[in-house]
Design a protein. Structure first.
Length: 257
């Protein structure tokens, strides 16, 4: 695990949700207690997820975190007193234009691949679209490849998590979105943030963060994505999902004293 001297220099932890903090979609007691333990240790905490900004609005209000970078980097949800503030890249006209292009892509995919289903959280999304490939549906590899090809052909960027395939016309990925968040929220220099914040994740859409940040952790199930990660996490927990996240949090907190 991470050397104590490196851990003491951290100011915060960025963490993925699905199959990192959440175990098959469920927030376990040990994972939630792990978030609280890091909060009580004085660490800043930011969720960095492919999940929708609607989810981010809820967890930023209810969890002991400073905010959430949602929709794979595009929409920032900042804890603002008792409420939250959402920020986007660009003005309202640019956001609406990108949304219209996404809506057209959804129609294209539905015609070409009628058996491919949208994820059930799309109603809470503002800047991207997600199709279900492994949450409630089990999409075969050839269909996933066809879906990805359609997304790329439209000019959109695609990312894949453990449960969804995403399409977006946004510029940010998880890493650039997270860096932009900590600079805007805390004034952290973008270069320094890469060394002063740790990242915890589990899958392919965490690749940008594993490559960008110095201090990176994976829960055990990240090993299944080794072939798609150009840079793997530096440390991998013994356990999967929420249990692994709790192990990582314990390591970070215990070595700070």
């Amino acid at each position: 695990m991470m050397p104590p001297a490196e851990t003491r220099g951290l100011v915060g932890v960025l963490f993925d949700l699905d199959d990192t903090v959440l175990s098959h979609g469920v927030l376990t007691r040990e994972a939630y207690e792990a978030i609280w333990s890091m909060h009580e240790a004085g660490l800043r905490l930011v969720a960095v997820t492919g999940r929708p900004s609607g989810w981010g609005e809820v967890i930023a209000r209810q969890w002991p975190i400073d905010g959430a970078v949602t929709e794979n980097g595009a929409v920032h949800v900042v804890r603002d007193g008792k409420g939250v503030t959402l920020t986007f890249d660009g003005d309202a006209e640019a956001v609406a234009h990108r949304r219209a292009r996404l809506d057209a892509l959804v129609v294209t995919v539905a015609k070409a691949l009628p058996h491919v289903k949208l994820a059930d959280d799309n109603h809470a999304r503002r800047s991207d679209v997600a199709w279900d490939i492994g949450e409630r549906e089990r999409l075969d590899a050839s269909s996933i490849a066809e879906l990805a090809q359609l997304v790329v052909a439209s000019g959109a960027r695609t990312t894949r998590s453990s449960v969804h395939l995403h399409a977006s016309f946004e510029r940010d990925d998880k890493a650039s979105g997270a860096i932009r968040f900590v600079h805007a929220r805390f004034g952290d220099d973008s270069g320094a943030a890469l060394h002063r914040w740790a990242f915890v994740g589990d899958s392919g859409n965490d690749a940008a963060c594993f490559a960008a940040f110095t201090h990176t952790f994976g829960v055990e199930n990240v090993r299944a994505y080794a072939r798609v990660l150009t840079v793997p996490p530096r440390w991998v927990a013994p356990s999967k999902r929420g249990a692994g996240f709790a192990e990582i949090a314990k390591t970070i907190v215990s070595s700070r004293w």
